[in-house]
Write a protein that binds this ligand. Structure first.
Ligand SMILES: [Zn+2]
Length: 152
């Protein structure tokens, strides 16, 4: 019995069988955005974070809270090369920093993400052991991987 060819739509979620750099690059960036989105949703349940192409064809990270457009941060020159795991972590850390510094609503002054160890200060995005983490600045042993913030 002949098996019908699988539709191409939705195939991105499967591991590609052939080497084609485009989707691999895309997948890595979707992962960066998904980690930021996961963490922001602990504070803003409606938020969406997506990697979109800017008019020059490079990637940027777009943040929306429901219908409220926060803005775009980060820029990645798409040269079709596959970024290393380390580059992905660096990019994730820079996105987290950019969102916190440049897109965060001015009227919200409560610390975020709150350090669960001390309870009185925000964690800072930084690279620790080549991984993007939300880091406590008072105890270097306390940090949470970006994308792993627990629900509050
Ligand atoms: Zn702390």
């Amino acid at each position: 019995m002949a098996v019908a060819p699988r539709p191409l739509v939705g195939a991105l979620s499967e591991r590609p069988q052939t080497v084609h750099p485009g989707p691999v690059v895309d997948q890595r960036f979707f992962e960066c955005a998904a980690r930021i989105e996961h963490d922001l949703r602990t504070r803003f349940p409606e938020i969406t974070v997506r990697m979109v192409r800017d008019p020059d064809g490079d990637w940027e990270c777009e943040v929306r809270d429901g219908n409220d457009y926060w803005g775009s941060v980060g820029s990645w020159d798409d040269d079709d090369s596959v970024p290393s795991a380390e580059e992905v972590e660096e990019f994730t850390e820079s996105l987290a920093l950019n969102v916190a510094d440049n897109l965060w609503p001015d009227e919200l002054t409560d610390p975020w993400p709150l350090c669960s160890l001390h309870g009185d200060h925000p964690l800072q995005p930084c690279l620790v052991a080549r991984r993007a983490v939300w880091q406590c600045w008072r105890d270097e042993k306390f940090g949470i991987r970006v994308g792993d913030l627990p629900p509050t």
